[in-house]
Design a protein around this ligand. Structure first.
Ligand code: PMT
Length: 402
């Protein structure tokens, strides 16, 4: 394991990370940026890792002065923690003017980054764009967490705790170590809104753009899954390698899900399915009259609940979109619909939710929860898929060992 430490106050936490990784049997070599050495001395990491610490891009002790290439070849996994906004930006743009960024560029192994920075720096569009770019190239992000920061501000940007990072990297099934954490698993994802027709020209719908669901489908595909995406009407290009089934109404979506759910290992319901549909659509355009018009609406079938009721139900991940009491409603849905996990998001606010390119999720399952801060939906989706994969493998492990 190659651990790259950058210059941030969270660098002290990386010392604990080395200790935990070694305790779990990993061989750790540490590299540091110049700025990191202002916070923690290389000797600390040398003592904890049991290996010399590398700080120079061109290492004269290496016979061919190509120490960085040798280190990159040696690593089975590279972890940048803390990953500062500066190093993230350098990596996103292929700069290689110090040992850490050069190693990133030379690496062919899986790379993880645990960001740590001031909350405003984390929220800045350019940082989020850099992260999105790295995620699309396969880099996996762990955290950041929210809370009080060393600078006196509060918000997202604290480095994830070492124990959490360690668990993530060396989970029981080593799920995160494998290139395809959902290799060959059949995953069905619903996305987008539905349209419930009043007459041939009018329908009831909602503000879902499908961006979240499409990002989830893409992340599942990147994790090696065979993905079927059942999509309401959206204006998005389907992710490559994903089977897309286009539907319009809640009833169509129900039929399509039921047709494709048989061999699914995981069902992720991110669509904003209409809860009500006109009792009967008029065959002809409804004519304008004076005064009011009454609409008689019938409840639609709850697709997620119907899938949960199947004899051999897949691993079930629901979404909850709320404008108040997010946690309480999400937990109620988790239990009422007998889900394995639920990803809850605020909607109707200025940031995240419907149509936005960014979102934040609070994910709940029976024995735990995880908050994922506001970030591009593509990044969020890959973090969500990693979490789903871990819970899915854990559930199967328990089932198989009785
Ligand atoms: O599409 P975007 O613009 O990117 O926005 C993303 C999103 C906000 C739509 C998405 O993140 C989200 O929250 N999707 C779920 C929206 C929703 O319908 O939530 P709900 O709380 O009303 O429903 C709970 C769950 O039941 C959802 O998983 C939903 O897909 C499912 N459901 C609901 C009704 C129904 N008839 N059938 C269902 O399967």
């Amino acid at each position: 394991m190659l651990l790259a430490v950058c210059g941030g106050i969270a660098a002290y936490k990386s010392a604990e990370l080395v200790r935990l990784l070694r305790k779990r049997g990993a061989e750790v070599r540490v590299v540091m940026t110049q700025a990191a050495q202002e916070f923690v001395k290389p000797l600390t990491f040398q003592a904890l890792s049991g290996n010399p610490v590398h700080i120079d891009l061109l290492d004269m002790d290496e016979e061919n002065a190509m120490g960085h290439i040798n280190l990159a070849r040696w690593a089975d996994m590279m972890v940048i923690a803390p990953a500062t906004a500066n190093t993230i930006a350098k990596c996103a743009h292929g700069l290689a003017d110090d040992l850490v960024s050069a190693l990133f560029l030379a690496s062919t192994c899986p790379v993880y980054m645990a960001p740590a920075m001031n909350q405003a720096m984390w929220g800045k569009a350019v940082t989020q764009e850099n992260i999105q770019r790295l995620v699309s190239q396969g880099v996996q992000f762990i955290g950041p967490d929210a809370g009080d920061q060393a600078c006196g501000e509060s918000g997202y940007g604290r480095m994830a705790e070492p124990a959490g990072i360690c668990l993530h990297l060396l989970s029981d099934e080593n799920a995160a170590l494998k290139p395809g954490i959902l290799q060959s698993i059949n995953v069905v994802v619903t996305a987008g809104p539905t349209r419930e027709y009043l007459d041939p020209v009018r329908y009831l719908t909602n503000r879902s753009s499908g961006k979240m669901g499409y990002a989830v489908a893409q992340a599942a595909r990147q994790a090696g899954a065979n993905v079927t995406l059942i999509s309401g009407p959206v204006a998005l290009t389907p992710p490559e390698g994903v089977k897309v089934i286009n539907v319009e109404t809640a009833a169509h979506m129900y039929d399509a899900v039921m047709e494709h759910i048989n061999n699914a290992g995981i069902f992720i319901a991110s669509a904003a399915v209409a809860d009500y549909s006109p009792d009967a659509a008029e065959a002809q355009k409804i004519k304008k009259k004076d005064g009011q018009i009454n609409l008689l609406l019938q409840k639609t079938k709850d697709i997620l609940a119907e899938v949960a009721a199947l004899e051999e139900a897949p691993f079930l991940v629901g979404f909850a979109a709320e404008t108040t009491e997010l946690e309480a409603y999400a937990l109620a849905k988790l239990n009422a619909k007998k889900l394995d996990m639920i990803a809850a998001n605020w909607v109707g606010r200025t940031e995240g939710g419907f149509d936005s390119d960014q979102n934040a999720l609070d994910v709940y399952w029976q024995s735990g929860r995880k908050s994922m801060p506001l970030m591009p939906k593509s990044v969020l989706a890959s973090q969500l898929i990693e979490l789903i994969a871990m819970r899915f493998h854990e559930k199967n492990r328990i089932k198989n060992t009785g």
